[in-house]
Ligand binder design. Structure first.
Ligand code: FES
Ligand code: FES
Length: 160
């Protein structure tokens, strides 16, 4: 099948890839750019494991085609994680047992990163709303919510 050139920005860097029209953006990021942190579970837009941020909004990477990403600004789990160590959200997920197998975790981290970027002190309802499109088969969600609540509490202004 004929391949098409696509130019986009990924994690702050301009990149080009040459992709088939049938390839999802998640497949392109993983297969063409080697960014394998985004997981593919259902590939039908249900589980959220493939969630990335496109032009400022969380998007299912499996439901967007690579060719649709021309000119887009994409952030993946690699872009919201430090090169060394853990982000505040990742550290809290570890601390509060917000993961077991870890398959859903990249998508969870991406949506929580998006939430905290716009709202450093979200309520529990806002946290639950933010993760409501992410499926986790292991944790029962409570550890994830507790981790996010702990991050929100750490963002409270200090009183003297
Ligand atoms: S792999 Fe994209 S939503 Fe499940
Ligand atoms: S930690 Fe296993 S699916 Fe969420």
């Amino acid at each position: 099948m004929k391949k098409h050139p696509v130019e986009l920005t990924v994690n702050g860097r301009p990149v080009s890839m040459t992709v088939e029209p049938r390839q999802s953006l998640a497949d392109c990021l993983r297969g063409e750019l080697g960014l394998t942190g985004s997981h593919l579970g259902c590939e039908h837009g249900v589980c959220g494991a493939c969630t990335i941020i496109v032009d400022g909004d969380p998007v299912r990477g499996c439901l967007m085609l690579g060719v649709q990403a021309e000119g887009c600004d994409v952030q993946t789990i690699e872009g919201v994680s430090p090169r060394v160590g853990l982000s505040e959200i990742q550290a809290a997920l570890r601390e509060f047992h917000g993961l077991q197998c870890g398959f859903c975790t990249p998508g969870m981290v991406v949506v929580l990163h998006h939430l905290f970027s716009g709202n450093p002190q979200p309520s529990e309802a806002e946290i639950r709303e933010a993760i409501s499109g992410q499926l986790c088969r292991c944790t029962g969600y409570q550890g994830i919510v507790n981790a996010a609540k702990a991050v929100a509490a750490r963002h409270q202004p200090k009183t003297v």
